[in-house]
Unconditional design. Structure first.
Length: 82
């Protein structure tokens, strides 16, 4: 909700091109999830940020419920998988 709902809409008022806003939100996504310890972790967080950001732009989502549900399912799968 912070990155797609708040940051995208607020930055979108200043920067009209959402493709320029995306890297800013991806970098902030990296920092909020901790400091990546190695290159694979950095790539994992970067890909996750892009995986949620690109559909948000392409589908012109005005509501976040779909992304929230997908995020929940990913997290639940990671917790429940041995």
């Amino acid at each position: 909700m912070i990155f797609r709902g708040f940051a995208f809409t607020r930055l979108g008022r200043v920067i009209r091109n959402p493709w320029l806003v995306l890297p800013i939100t991806v970098v902030s996504f990296l920092f909020i999830h901790g400091t990546p310890r190695n290159v694979p972790a950095l790539m994992n967080y970067t890909m996750a940020g892009l995986a949620f950001g690109i559909p948000f732009i392409l589908m012109k989502l005005n509501r976040l419920e779909i992304l929230i549900l997908i995020h929940f399912l990913i997290d639940a799968g990671m917790v429940l998988t041995p």
